[in-house]
Design a protein around this ligand. Structure first.
Ligand SMILES: C[S@@+](CC[C@H](N)C(=O)[O-])C[C@H]1O[C@@H](n2cnc3c(N)ncnc32)[C@H](O)[C@@H]1O
Length: 247
Protein backbone atom coordinates (compact mmCIF):
# COMPACT_ATOMS: atom_id res chain seq x y z
CA UNK A 1 0.00 0.00 0.00
CA UNK A 2 1.47 3.35 -1.03
CA UNK A 3 1.43 6.11 1.56
CA UNK A 4 2.88 9.55 2.08
CA UNK A 5 5.79 10.31 4.39
CA UNK A 6 6.78 13.46 6.32
CA UNK A 7 9.97 13.95 4.31
CA UNK A 8 11.13 17.10 6.14
CA UNK A 9 10.95 15.58 9.64
CA UNK A 10 12.41 12.31 8.28
CA UNK A 11 15.54 14.11 7.08
CA UNK A 12 15.91 16.03 10.37
CA UNK A 13 16.27 12.84 12.42
CA UNK A 14 19.48 10.91 13.30
CA UNK A 15 18.78 8.04 10.93
CA UNK A 16 20.68 4.73 11.27
CA UNK A 17 19.64 4.41 7.61
CA UNK A 18 22.78 6.39 6.79
CA UNK A 19 25.03 3.51 7.89
CA UNK A 20 22.72 0.92 6.32
CA UNK A 21 23.05 2.82 3.05
CA UNK A 22 26.84 2.93 3.33
CA UNK A 23 26.98 -0.82 4.10
CA UNK A 24 24.73 -1.63 1.12
CA UNK A 25 26.75 0.60 -1.20
CA UNK A 26 29.88 -1.26 -0.05
CA UNK A 27 28.54 -4.45 -1.66
CA UNK A 28 28.99 -3.03 -5.18
CA UNK A 29 32.14 -2.49 -7.18
CA UNK A 30 31.16 0.02 -9.86
CA UNK A 31 33.15 0.94 -12.94
CA UNK A 32 31.48 4.36 -12.75
CA UNK A 33 29.31 4.38 -15.87
CA UNK A 34 26.49 2.08 -14.76
CA UNK A 35 22.77 2.74 -14.52
CA UNK A 36 21.49 1.78 -11.05
CA UNK A 37 17.88 1.20 -10.07
CA UNK A 38 17.25 2.46 -6.53
CA UNK A 39 14.08 0.87 -5.10
CA UNK A 40 12.53 3.06 -2.39
CA UNK A 41 14.91 6.01 -2.75
CA UNK A 42 13.09 8.17 -0.17
CA UNK A 43 14.58 11.66 0.14
CA UNK A 44 17.62 10.81 -1.98
CA UNK A 45 20.39 10.46 0.62
CA UNK A 46 21.70 7.26 -0.99
CA UNK A 47 20.84 8.49 -4.48
CA UNK A 48 23.41 11.21 -3.86
CA UNK A 49 25.99 8.67 -2.66
CA UNK A 50 25.27 6.55 -5.76
CA UNK A 51 25.81 9.57 -8.04
CA UNK A 52 29.17 10.16 -6.33
CA UNK A 53 30.10 6.52 -7.01
CA UNK A 54 28.93 6.76 -10.65
CA UNK A 55 30.64 9.82 -12.19
CA UNK A 56 29.51 8.78 -15.71
CA UNK A 57 26.45 6.80 -14.65
CA UNK A 58 22.79 7.34 -13.83
CA UNK A 59 20.30 6.47 -11.10
CA UNK A 60 16.69 5.48 -11.70
CA UNK A 61 15.20 6.48 -8.33
CA UNK A 62 11.80 4.88 -7.63
CA UNK A 63 9.56 5.66 -4.67
CA UNK A 64 5.85 5.57 -3.92
CA UNK A 65 5.76 8.85 -1.99
CA UNK A 66 5.48 12.16 -3.86
CA UNK A 67 6.73 14.08 -0.81
CA UNK A 68 9.86 11.93 -0.51
CA UNK A 69 10.55 12.45 -4.23
CA UNK A 70 10.03 16.25 -3.92
CA UNK A 71 12.68 16.31 -1.20
CA UNK A 72 15.00 14.18 -3.39
CA UNK A 73 14.63 16.72 -6.23
CA UNK A 74 15.48 19.58 -3.82
CA UNK A 75 18.50 17.71 -2.46
CA UNK A 76 19.82 16.82 -5.91
CA UNK A 77 19.04 20.11 -7.68
CA UNK A 78 21.87 20.62 -10.17
CA UNK A 79 22.50 16.87 -10.55
CA UNK A 80 19.09 15.80 -11.84
CA UNK A 81 20.41 15.35 -15.39
CA UNK A 82 21.73 11.97 -14.18
CA UNK A 83 18.65 11.00 -12.15
CA UNK A 84 15.29 9.72 -13.30
CA UNK A 85 12.92 10.14 -10.33
CA UNK A 86 9.82 7.99 -10.75
CA UNK A 87 6.76 7.72 -8.49
CA UNK A 88 5.68 4.08 -8.71
CA UNK A 89 4.62 1.08 -6.66
CA UNK A 90 7.44 -1.47 -6.47
CA UNK A 91 4.94 -4.33 -6.50
CA UNK A 92 3.65 -3.26 -9.94
CA UNK A 93 5.58 -3.65 -13.24
CA UNK A 94 8.26 -0.95 -13.06
CA UNK A 95 7.95 1.86 -15.63
CA UNK A 96 11.65 1.77 -16.53
CA UNK A 97 13.22 1.53 -20.00
CA UNK A 98 16.43 -0.34 -20.82
CA UNK A 99 17.54 -2.95 -18.26
CA UNK A 100 19.66 -1.46 -15.45
CA UNK A 101 23.16 -2.64 -14.49
CA UNK A 102 22.43 -2.93 -10.77
CA UNK A 103 19.68 -2.56 -8.16
CA UNK A 104 20.04 -1.03 -4.69
CA UNK A 105 17.58 -0.63 -1.82
CA UNK A 106 17.63 0.46 1.84
CA UNK A 107 14.92 0.24 4.51
CA UNK A 108 12.06 -0.32 2.07
CA UNK A 109 11.21 -3.97 1.47
CA UNK A 110 9.70 -4.65 4.93
CA UNK A 111 6.90 -2.27 3.91
CA UNK A 112 6.03 -4.67 1.08
CA UNK A 113 4.28 -7.98 1.75
CA UNK A 114 4.61 -9.70 -1.63
CA UNK A 115 8.37 -10.24 -1.96
CA UNK A 116 7.85 -12.69 -4.83
CA UNK A 117 6.21 -9.96 -6.93
CA UNK A 118 8.79 -7.43 -5.75
CA UNK A 119 11.84 -9.55 -6.67
CA UNK A 120 10.31 -10.65 -9.98
CA UNK A 121 9.77 -6.98 -10.92
CA UNK A 122 13.33 -6.07 -10.01
CA UNK A 123 14.69 -9.06 -11.95
CA UNK A 124 12.77 -7.89 -15.06
CA UNK A 125 14.33 -4.43 -14.73
CA UNK A 126 17.93 -5.78 -14.66
CA UNK A 127 20.32 -7.07 -17.31
CA UNK A 128 21.81 -10.57 -16.89
CA UNK A 129 24.78 -10.44 -14.50
CA UNK A 130 23.52 -7.31 -12.72
CA UNK A 131 24.18 -7.05 -8.97
CA UNK A 132 21.24 -6.57 -6.59
CA UNK A 133 22.03 -5.58 -2.97
CA UNK A 134 19.57 -4.49 -0.34
CA UNK A 135 18.89 -3.84 3.32
CA UNK A 136 15.53 -4.01 5.08
CA UNK A 137 13.98 -5.00 8.38
CA UNK A 138 14.39 -8.76 8.83
CA UNK A 139 12.98 -11.54 10.98
CA UNK A 140 12.85 -10.40 14.64
CA UNK A 141 13.12 -6.72 13.67
CA UNK A 142 11.88 -4.20 16.26
CA UNK A 143 10.44 -6.99 18.43
CA UNK A 144 10.09 -4.74 21.50
CA UNK A 145 8.48 -1.91 19.50
CA UNK A 146 6.18 -4.37 17.82
CA UNK A 147 5.11 -5.86 21.18
CA UNK A 148 4.39 -2.33 22.46
CA UNK A 149 2.31 -1.54 19.33
CA UNK A 150 0.36 -4.78 19.68
CA UNK A 151 -0.25 -4.08 23.37
CA UNK A 152 -1.65 -0.63 22.47
CA UNK A 153 -3.75 -2.06 19.62
CA UNK A 154 -4.86 -5.07 21.65
CA UNK A 155 -4.27 -7.14 18.49
CA UNK A 156 -1.45 -8.35 16.22
CA UNK A 157 -0.24 -5.83 13.65
CA UNK A 158 -0.19 -6.75 9.95
CA UNK A 159 1.74 -3.67 8.78
CA UNK A 160 5.30 -4.97 8.41
CA UNK A 161 6.85 -7.96 6.67
CA UNK A 162 10.10 -8.98 8.34
CA UNK A 163 11.43 -11.85 6.24
CA UNK A 164 14.10 -14.37 7.23
CA UNK A 165 17.41 -14.99 5.43
CA UNK A 166 16.65 -18.49 4.14
CA UNK A 167 13.18 -17.69 2.76
CA UNK A 168 14.67 -14.62 1.08
CA UNK A 169 17.40 -16.71 -0.56
CA UNK A 170 14.72 -19.09 -1.89
CA UNK A 171 12.57 -16.22 -3.18
CA UNK A 172 15.53 -14.57 -4.91
CA UNK A 173 16.46 -17.82 -6.65
CA UNK A 174 12.84 -18.34 -7.78
CA UNK A 175 12.86 -14.81 -9.18
CA UNK A 176 15.93 -15.53 -11.31
CA UNK A 177 18.89 -14.53 -9.12
CA UNK A 178 22.02 -16.55 -8.33
CA UNK A 179 25.01 -16.16 -5.97
CA UNK A 180 22.62 -15.15 -3.19
CA UNK A 181 24.03 -14.10 0.18
CA UNK A 182 21.53 -13.18 2.89
CA UNK A 183 21.98 -12.63 6.62
CA UNK A 184 20.26 -11.12 9.64
CA UNK A 185 22.26 -8.43 11.47
CA UNK A 186 21.09 -7.05 14.86
CA UNK A 187 21.68 -3.28 14.83
CA UNK A 188 19.76 -1.41 17.58
CA UNK A 189 19.44 2.39 17.37
CA UNK A 190 19.42 4.53 20.53
CA UNK A 191 17.62 7.89 20.40
CA UNK A 192 17.36 10.78 22.85
CA UNK A 193 14.43 10.17 25.22
CA UNK A 194 11.38 12.42 24.87
CA UNK A 195 10.78 14.59 21.82
CA UNK A 196 13.42 13.00 19.56
CA UNK A 197 12.35 9.43 20.32
CA UNK A 198 8.65 10.30 19.90
CA UNK A 199 9.35 12.10 16.62
CA UNK A 200 11.40 9.14 15.37
CA UNK A 201 8.66 6.65 16.26
CA UNK A 202 5.99 8.85 14.65
CA UNK A 203 7.88 9.56 11.43
CA UNK A 204 10.03 6.52 10.74
CA UNK A 205 8.35 3.57 12.47
CA UNK A 206 4.65 4.11 13.16
CA UNK A 207 3.42 6.10 10.16
CA UNK A 208 1.36 3.32 8.61
CA UNK A 209 -0.30 2.60 11.97
CA UNK A 210 -1.07 6.30 12.45
CA UNK A 211 -2.74 6.39 9.03
CA UNK A 212 -5.41 4.13 10.58
CA UNK A 213 -5.97 6.42 13.61
CA UNK A 214 -7.74 9.82 13.60
CA UNK A 215 -5.15 12.69 13.61
CA UNK A 216 -6.39 13.89 17.02
CA UNK A 217 -5.25 10.55 18.49
CA UNK A 218 -1.76 10.43 16.93
CA UNK A 219 0.10 11.96 19.92
CA UNK A 220 -1.60 9.61 22.36
CA UNK A 221 -0.81 6.57 20.17
CA UNK A 222 2.90 7.50 19.90
CA UNK A 223 3.14 8.23 23.66
CA UNK A 224 1.44 4.95 24.53
CA UNK A 225 3.98 3.01 22.44
CA UNK A 226 6.98 4.99 23.83
CA UNK A 227 5.80 4.51 27.43
CA UNK A 228 5.78 0.75 26.99
CA UNK A 229 9.46 0.68 25.98
CA UNK A 230 12.03 0.45 28.78
CA UNK A 231 14.60 2.51 26.82
CA UNK A 232 14.54 4.92 23.84
CA UNK A 233 15.89 2.15 21.63
CA UNK A 234 14.57 0.74 18.36
CA UNK A 235 15.74 -2.87 18.36
CA UNK A 236 16.49 -3.21 14.66
CA UNK A 237 17.49 -6.52 13.04
CA UNK A 238 18.54 -5.90 9.45
CA UNK A 239 18.09 -8.36 6.59
CA UNK A 240 21.07 -7.70 4.30
CA UNK A 241 21.37 -9.53 1.01
CA UNK A 242 23.08 -9.49 -2.33
CA UNK A 243 22.56 -11.53 -5.50
CA UNK A 244 23.29 -11.60 -9.23
CA UNK A 245 20.69 -11.58 -12.01
CA UNK A 246 21.08 -14.93 -13.76
CA UNK A 247 22.26 -14.83 -17.39
C1 LIG B 1 12.05 4.13 5.54
S1 LIG B 1 11.88 4.85 3.96
C2 LIG B 1 13.53 4.54 3.32
C3 LIG B 1 13.93 5.56 2.31
C4 LIG B 1 15.42 5.57 1.96
N1 LIG B 1 15.80 4.38 1.23
C5 LIG B 1 16.27 5.73 3.20
O1 LIG B 1 17.02 4.81 3.53
O2 LIG B 1 16.18 6.79 3.86
C6 LIG B 1 10.90 3.69 3.04
C7 LIG B 1 10.57 4.17 1.65
O3 LIG B 1 9.97 3.11 0.94
C8 LIG B 1 8.95 3.65 0.11
N2 LIG B 1 8.01 2.56 -0.20
C9 LIG B 1 7.39 1.74 0.67
N3 LIG B 1 6.59 0.87 0.02
C10 LIG B 1 6.71 1.16 -1.31
C11 LIG B 1 6.14 0.61 -2.51
N4 LIG B 1 5.28 -0.41 -2.48
N5 LIG B 1 6.50 1.16 -3.69
C12 LIG B 1 7.37 2.20 -3.74
N6 LIG B 1 7.95 2.75 -2.65
C13 LIG B 1 7.62 2.24 -1.45
C14 LIG B 1 8.35 4.75 0.96
O4 LIG B 1 7.62 5.69 0.18
C15 LIG B 1 9.58 5.34 1.63
O5 LIG B 1 10.14 6.42 0.93
Amino acid sequence: MLREWDATTYDSLPLPHLRWGRRTLGRFSFAGDETVLEAGCGTGRDTEALLDALPRGRVIAVDGSARMLDRLRERLAGRLDRVEAIQADLTEPLPVGAPADAAFSVATFHWIHDHDALFAGIARALRPGATFAADCGGKGNIAHVRAAVEDVLGAPTDIWHFAGAEETRERLERAGFTDVRAELVPDPARLEPGEQFDSYLRTVVLGAHLDRVPPAEHDAFVSAVAERLAEPVVDYVRLEFSAKRAG
